[in-house]
Design a protein around this ligand. Structure first.
Ligand code: HEC
Length: 80
């Protein structure tokens, strides 16, 4: 799906809080979660009100296809 490194490049916007591998960022670990599961969460967070959810502004800036690439990237990182 998309460019070979597309997922990592897009996911770099998440590294600050979730870690480059999706687990050392201090916040919720994403690595090894299912792509569909992550994608559904991101779509949900995109719809929520900004004040309710810190993730809202981060999920908002991406299209469905971009979120799918990001979810795929994190789903491929080894779990803890
Ligand atoms: C400014 C810090 C920050 C950035 C940047 C950030 N997140 Fe988050 N993320 C959080 C915090 C804090 C939570 C926990 C929020 C909560 O529980 O309400 C979270 C929760 C999540 C969850 C839910 C995890 C779960 O198990 O329920 C997912 C998925 C997620 N983030 C993905 C991403 C992705 C993908 C990006 C990049 C597009 C990203 N985040 C960028 C701080 C951030």
């Amino acid at each position: 799906m998309g460019l070979p490194h597309g997922g990592r490049l897009l996911a770099s916007g998440c590294f600050q809080c979730h870690g480059t591998n999706g687990k050392d960022g201090g916040f919720d670990a994403l690595s090894g979660d299912g792509q569909i599961d992550l994608l559904n969460k991101l779509k949900e967070m995109r719809l929520k009100n900004a004040q309710e959810n810190i993730m809202h502004p981060h999920a908002r800036g991406y299209t469905n296809e971009q979120l799918a690439c990001i979810a795929l990237y994190f789903s491929k990182q080894p779990k803890l």
